[in-house]
Design a protein around this ligand. Structure first.
Ligand SMILES: Nc1ncnc2c1ncn2[C@@H]1O[C@H](COP(=O)(O)OP(=O)(O)OP(=O)(O)O)[C@@H](O)[C@H]1O
Ligand SMILES: [Mg+2]
Length: 256
C-alpha cells in the first residue's frame, strides 16, 4: 500500500500541493488527472523520492520511497524522456541496455532468454519489426512505445507513468490501456498513470484522483460527478464528455 500522509509542497513560496491525504492499494490502477500546473508530476516525484515534500510523508509498504525503491522494482516513465535518442543504439539494444552494460563489463553477450523476453515485449507493443532500427530513426510514437516497453520489461511491482500516451495514435492508445489492465491483473502491479485523457482513463482504471493543488476527489470512475469535477479542476465553463459504448460519435470513430 502507498500512503500519502498530509503531503504539501511549496516551490518558490508558491503552494504546489496542499495536504494530500490518500492511499493506493497494492494492485490498484489509479489515474491522476488535473490541469497543467496542478502538481501531478510533483506528486509522483515525491512518491518516487525524487523530491522531498515540504510537509508530510509518503510511505510505500511502510518504507520511505528511497528505502522501498532500493529493495523493490519500480518503473517510472517521466513526462520528459530520459533517453538520449541520438545515441548510436538500436531499439533492441536500448531494451537491454542494463543487461548490455553488465554483459560488457564481464565480456559476455546478454543471456538468450533476456533477448527473447525483450523481443516479446517489443511484439506486445507492436514494434518488433523495428528492433534493428537506430534510435534516431524512430517516430515520436515509436519512441513512446519503446519507453513503455522498457518499463514493463523490468517486471515492476509499481509502474508510474507520467503522460505516456501523448504521441500514441488512437488505436495504439486503446491497446496501451488494455496492456496495462492485463499486466495489472496478471502480475498484481500497482499502476499510477498521469493523464489528461479523462474519457479514456475512466473506462480502464479502478480509481481517478482529481488533483489541482488539493485532492478534489479520489473515486471510482462511475462515482465521479463530472460537472463538479469540471468546475473544480478546469473552471465552470468547461464540459467533460465521457464517451461510452453506444455513443454515436464513438461508433463512427471505430468504423473509420
Ligand atoms: N523545480 C521546480 N521549481 C519551481 N517550481 C516548480 C518546479 N517544478 C514544478 N514547479 C511548479 O509547480 C507547479 C506544478 O508543476 P507540475 O509539473 O507538478 O504540474 P503538472 O500537474 O504535472 O502539470 P502538466 O500537466 O503541465 O505536466 C507548477 O506551477 C510549476 O511551475
Ligand atoms: Mg506534469
Amino acid at each position: 500500500m502507498i500512503e500519502f500522509r498530509n503531503v504539501s509542497l511549496i516551490f518558490d513560496k508558491k503552494i504546489v500541493l496542499n495536504g494530500i491525504d490518500t492511499t493506493i492499494k497494492k494492485g490498484e490502477f489509479v489515474s491522476i488527472i488535473g490541469p497543467n500546473g496542478a502538481g501531478k508530476t510533483s506528486l509522483i516525484k515525491i512518491l518516487l523520492g525524487l523530491i522531498k515534500p515540504t510537509k508530510g510523508i509518503v510511505l510505500i509498504e511502510g518504507l520511505t520511497p528511497k528505502e522501498y525503491i532500493s529493495k523493490h522494482k519500480v518503473s517510472y516513465l517521466p513526462q520528459q524522456t530520459s533517453i538520449n535518442w541520438s545515441m548510436p543504439l538500436r531499439v533492441i539494444d536500448i531494451m537491454l541496455i542494463e543487461e548490455n552494460l553488465r554483459a560488457f563489463t564481464v565480456f559476455k553477450k546478454p543471456k538468450k532468454h533476456l533477448i527473447q523476453k525483450a523481443r516479446q515485449v517489443l511484439d506486445l507493443f507492436g514494434i518488433l519489426d523495428i528492433e534493428n532500427k537506430y534510435l534516431k530513426e524512430l517516430s515520436g510514437g515509436q519512441k513512446q512505445r519503446v519507453e513503455l516497453g522498457r518499463c514493463l520489461l523490468k517486471d515492476p511491482e509499481i509502474l508510474v507513468l507520467d503522460e505516456p500516451n501523448t504521441a500514441l495514435d488512437t488505436v495504439f492508445n486503446e491497446k496501451m490501456y488494455n496492456i496495462l489492465v492485463e499486466e495489472k491483473l496478471k502480475n498484481n502491479i500497482t499502476i499510477i498513470l498521469v493523464s489528461h485523457d479523462i474519457g479514456a482513463v475512466s473506462r480502464f482504471v479502478d480509481r481517478i484522483m482529481c488533483l489541482n493543488i488539493k485532492l478534489h476527489c479520489s473515486e471510482k470512475p462511475e462515482n465521479i460527478d463530472y460537472v463538479k469535477l469540471a468546475s473544480a479542476l478546469y473552471g465552470s465553463t468547461t464540459n467533460i464528455v465521457i464517451h461510452k459504448n453506444g455513443c454515436r460519435s464513438c461508433q463512427f470513430y471505430k468504423t473509420q
